[in-house]
Structure formats: structure tokens, C-alpha cells
Ligand binder design. Structure first.
Ligand SMILES: CC(C)(COP(=O)(O)OP(=O)(O)OC[C@H]1O[C@@H](n2cnc3c(N)ncnc32)[C@H](O)[C@@H]1OP(=O)(O)O)[C@@H](O)C(=O)NCCC(=O)NCCS
Length: 145
């Protein structure tokens, strides 16, 4: 991901996350957080098809976001993005990867479970407005030890 992607990312965020969308300003701040923050995009002939990011926080890495454009879903792109983030976390020496996901996001919860993430706790009323719980998930990276 580069700063040139920001206008399109801000558009996609509105489409994908509505009330929780990241603005162009947020994307600038996130890219300024490199190298601790790391973001990747998947590009097809019509532009960005998916993107994802991770925070390399020492022993524990945190997945910041994973998103696939609605027209390109169900083809394994989400899986590729999660695999990429796990590889990047492993290569930076993390022992575990954590994330928070909306409790009502069945597609994402199923995807993360298939990648070995366990649901370890619930943060009640985390997403506001909407009053939706956050599920905290963790995947250990034993291979890095
Ligand atoms: C979650 C998301 C990234 C999945 O992307 P995708 O490219 O469609 O996912 P994949 O094709 O790689 O599928 C991976 C797995 O996700 C799960 N999955 C994907 N779509 C699903 C759906 N609609 N319902 C249930 N499970 C689903 C399945 O386990 C799937 O495995 P399968 O192909 O064996 O069924 C995509 O739906 C998305 O961008 N959603 C909006 C943003 C979001 O919620 N991001 C996650 C929170 S940060």
C-alpha cells in the first residue's frame, strides 16, 4: 500500500464499513505509523480488490483490518490477505496475533477460525453506535519460537 491508494481506500471504506469507515486522514496517519504498522493491497485489473494491515507490537501483533471488495468475495482473497499478515507477523518475531471482530460478522469470524484463531473473550458494547459486542481472537505462532 502507498499514499496513492488513499483516495480509493477511503471510498471502499464507506462502502464496506459505513459508520466505522476510516477517512483519508486516518489512512494518512496509519501509513505514517510504518514500519510498526504494515498494510498491503491486492490489485486486479480494475484496481484495489482487497487490503489488510497489521500492527507489529513486539511479541503480539494485532490485525488492524482485512477487507475484500464486495464483487470479489468468496474467491479466497480474504484467505490470502490473512495468510500474508500471519507471515509478516511471524517474520517480525511475534509469538501471537490478536484481533477484534464484530460479534455479528459471521463471515469474518468463520474466516479467522479457519486460520487457527480462537475466540478468547468478548468486549461487551464495544462498537458504538449500534451497541455491538467485539469478539477478541488470538492465534499463537508457535513456529516462531
Ligand atoms: C470477511 C471478508 C474479508 C472475507 O473475504 P473473502 O475474500 O470473501 O473470503 P474468502 O473467499 O477468502 O473466504 C474465506 C472464508 O471466509 C468465510 N466466509 C467468507 N464469506 C462468508 C460468508 N458470507 N458467510 C460465512 N462465511 C464466510 C468462510 O470460512 C470462507 O471459507 P470457504 O471459502 O471455505 O467457505 C469479506 O467478507 C469482507 O471484506 N467483509 C467486510 C469487511 C470485514 O468484515 N472485514 C473483517 C473485519 S476487520
Amino acid at each position: 500500500m502507498t499514499w496513492r491508494d488513499i483516495p480509493r481506500l477511503a471510498e471502499l471504506e464507506q462502502e464496506l464499513f459505513a459508520g466505522d469507515a476510516w477517512s483519508a486522514e486516518t489512512w494518512w496517519a496509519e501509513l505514517a505509523g510504518r514500519p510498526r504498522r504494515e498494510y498491503v493491497v491486492l490489485e486486479g485489473i480494475s484496481g484495489i480488490e482487497g487490503y489488510a494491515g497489521v500492527d507489529h507490537g513486539g511479541d503480539v501483533a494485532d490485525i488492524m483490518t482485512v477487507a475484500v471488495s464486495p464483487e470479489r468475495r468468496g474467491r479466497g482473497l480474504g484467505d490470502r490477505l490473512v495468510d500474508t499478515l500471519l507471515d509478516r507477523a511471524r517474520s517480525r518475531g511475534a509469538g501471537a496475533v490478536m484481533l477484534e471482530v464484530r460479534a455479528d460478522n459471521d463471515a469474518a469470524r468463520a474466516m479467522y477460525r479457519r486460520h487457527g484463531f480462537a475466540e478468547i473473550s468478548v468486549r461487551r458494547h464495544y462498537y458504538q453506535p449500534g451497541d455491538v459486542d467485539a469478539v477478541v481472537m488470538r492465534r499463537r505462532l508457535e513456529e516462531a519460537r
